[in-house]
Design a protein around this ligand. Sequence first.
Ligand code: GLN
Ligand code: ZN
Length: 761
Amino acid sequence: MTTLHTLGFPRIGARRELKQAQEAYWAGTLQQSELEHVGRSLRERHWALQAKAGVSLVPVGDFAWYDQILEFSCLLGVVPGRFGQADDRPVDLDTLFRMARGRAPTGQPAAACEMTKWFDTNYHYIVPELSADQRFRIARDTLFEQIDEARALGHDAKPVIPGPLTYLWLSKGEAFEANGDTGKLDLLDRLIPVYKRILQRFADQGVTWVQIDEPILCLDLPDAWQRAYLRVYDQLTGAAAVKLLLATYFESLGDNLFTALALPVAGLHLDRVRGQDGLARILPRLGDKILSLGVIDGRNIWRADLDALLDTLKPLKEQLGDSLWLAPSCSLLHTPVDLDQEDKLDAELKSWLSFAKQKLGELKLLGDALDGHADDAALAAQRQALAARAASPRIHNTAVGERLAAAGEVSRDRLSPFAERIGKQQAALKLPAFPTTTIGSFPQTPEIRAARRDWKAGKLDEAGYLEQMKQEITRAIRYQEQVDLDVLVHGEAERNDMVEYFGELLEGFAFTRFGWVQSYGSRCVKPPVIFGDVSRPHAMTVDWARFAQSLTDKPVKGMLTGPVTILQWSFVRDDQPRETTCRQIALALRDEVQDLEAAGIGVIQIDEPAFREGLPLRQSDWQAYLDWAVDCFRLATVGVADETQIHTHMCYSEFNDIIEAIAAMDADVITIETSRSNMELLEAFETFQYPNDIGPGVYDIHSPNQPDVDWMVRLMEKAAHRLPRERLWVNPDCGLKTRKWEETEGALANMVQAAKRLRAG
Ligand code: GLN
Ligand code: ZN
């Protein structure tokens, strides 16, 4: 029998039960015992679902309060000193929540731990904080309890834990900043004994297989880290009577492949959706290891081509027999839970999709076929759905295809270089030195949200909705005039989300009702589905911008989301390269940019906060990505007159290694998030001698605090040390939609005062 397993299942619940329960617990309206109950029933449900689908090893440890890395930090007793954790006491749930959020129903508040992106996904984990003399111990029993729980329900439990090297790699600590990351490896001598004890406890509980996740094997690893692998796994193997399945995912193993194959583990899992390592190199070195192939895409939502998979799997099965296991490529954490709930999606589109639960079914079809009892009817249905998708007129739009084919001829250059454009822009826009602006959104008040909800539910008619949005825009414009900002915005009241808003107005996008994916903690996102060629049937933002501009003599910025960001924050079709889809979006935005210009909008901002996060995991793939990402931005933006000023915005990013690409985007103005970095992020721009205008954020919009004038002047003076004064703008870090009016009003007034003082000084 072909063993089927998963690396993890989404924990949030088909109706986001985990979110609701956690938030209620934090708010004090749910008891801890009730919260525990919700967790238990979700685990029970998800294990049963998997077992029923033929998954014989169910994952345990994929369930987590808040985050699975945080759970593991608590298990290891890695709790920073400020949380007051006693060394001889177990780490309790509220301590875990305080680490994640800074506060919990019990215990003293303290600064929350840092959160960062999980590889190249949109999931965020809590970064472990290690000290140079870090001690490890088994400090929390929940994982062991969950193993008992699964076993009591009759499941063969496969605990899932991060491997020691991946855990250290993902952690941070002041002590390690000076000597790069290698200092962390010194902690292995303390960490490995605790791992051994953990494995021993698994063995005592009757566990056979342990999944140990080492996704960093898919990154470019320094030699010291690569070498550490052999040493670590030599020690872990045989430490207890369990078998280790080393799980890698998100990329090829590349030059870590032979390292992985040389480890004395009992099994190896490879991502066969993103990974490209040749099987011809793997099989001869496999020895008696189990080979687990991740063949069903754990990062996307399309039904798999089972025929094609079976073509490659059948000969492998003959060769490997029961040593061949099948699984999704990575944890299903990154896919929505259950397609069956989507009652508003049309049947055709639905037949192309597969969420976590449906992926289990696909896995089973593969396993059965390999074991000689293929479900021919189901395989035929899958084949038919795929063929229908490939041939569907909803996917292929000839006009888009033709335009894209001709796009190679379209110039990617503005009419004049920046040095010439900027003078014309300043004259046209009549901007002072240190011009002030904001990033786009103003506070989304409860009234705005209610109006949007009522309008979508049909309780508020179109006219009433438009009227209310216009009132909000008027309020935003009046306020900005009153504080004397230079380049105004309409405030984005009509937008719920910067990607969803555009997706709803573009062809080729679909939206689900329950397609939630965990982003961090209790926060989930519902990415749009890009299923077909993208085109723009009508102008999307022009009426709003024109209305806002009609209210004032000052320039109002048109506000668009950039092609890369729309791509990054959606589920993208898998039947053509991502860059093709991105270019289609860019062409649609190009039309919008030109329509805005024609409507008299002299400043247009194309937000690209996800530009950096699109970088591939391997550096060797970076340039190819940056080339097309920059190309898409230019395609969208260059078709305007010299006088039209193009802005872009990026949130907090590491700019050092992409500064050339940022400059190549050739936006007239880039605004970035810098206030918390004390302008240090500008170093990349300084070193590169970035030529265009730049607005380094001086107001941290994540905080309710109002920055004062002196503070902002000081930050700008720091910026002026690094970059020419005449190139600088004054603006907040990001949009203000999550803030309250009371908080922003004073802050922006202070910001304008700061700019005025800079001009005078
Ligand atoms: N224009 C958007 C806003 O102001 C930008 C948001 C973002 O950068 N994430 O909200
Ligand atoms: Zn931002």
